[in-house]
Design a protein around this ligand. Sequence first.
Ligand SMILES: [Zn+2]
Length: 290
Amino acid sequence: MTRIVLPCLLALFAFAVNARADEGAFFDGAGGGPEMPALKFEAAKAAPAPQAGPTKQSGADLYYFTPAEAKEAAKRFKFRPKSVGWVFDDNVPQNIKDQMLNDLAFMAGIQGNGATPLHSEIFGKVDGAGYKNWFESRVTGIGMNSCGGGKAVACVIPFMDPSKMWLTQNFVKFSHPQVSRMMVVYHEARHTESQNGNWGHATCPTPFLDKDGNEMKSIWTGATLAGEPACDETPMGSYGSSTILLKNISKFCTNCTDKVKMDAGLYADDQFGRIIDEGAKQQMINDLYK
Ligand SMILES: [Zn+2]
């Protein structure tokens, strides 16, 4: 049984969140939740309106948030439909800036000779200029955050700023191929879409087994995924769209090395395993695997 993650505990507090990331005290360390500006906790008054707040992170996989948080963020912020570029926060270390710029330049340099229908719908052609524009029309800024600790590489935290992407120190310690790091970055960029509820994750089933009966695990962290909000029920979500992105690079990139194409295929196949709705799965099989 799958379901969208619902908020818990949030009714107990009214969160007054200052949305500016450069104000307030940050804390270090892994686990527990994202680093965020100072939060003012107030005892709940009579029948308070439900407020979005930070979702507890298991640290088992990529960052996640609740539909309530996405809704609250959509009210507070506006999705930017026009490409105006993005900026790094002043505190992003040079090595992380260099890595990100290098990775985005790699994406912007991709050339292709085709695209599947789902890729065309979401990203247009397999084409670097299109990927660059897609990213820049969604992400306004890049800053540093723990993203809930653990092994997270990047995240979007809608209630702080739905068009901002956060990177962690793991971004430069990540032992996965460049194209898979870009898969995470484009996964996160999809989460900036406030007009689509930020494409919140679905909860993976319990048990969650592959076709050989083995426990499904995160390719990023090795953590088991059963019961975690680390799945998608639509090809359009963050896992779905980034699977489609990498599978198309694997199939249609004309200037990628064989290794890049192989890595893209491998990570796409892995992420495809997180699509748990039968209809969505079939749609992606028809689009990507036939
Ligand atoms: Zn996600």
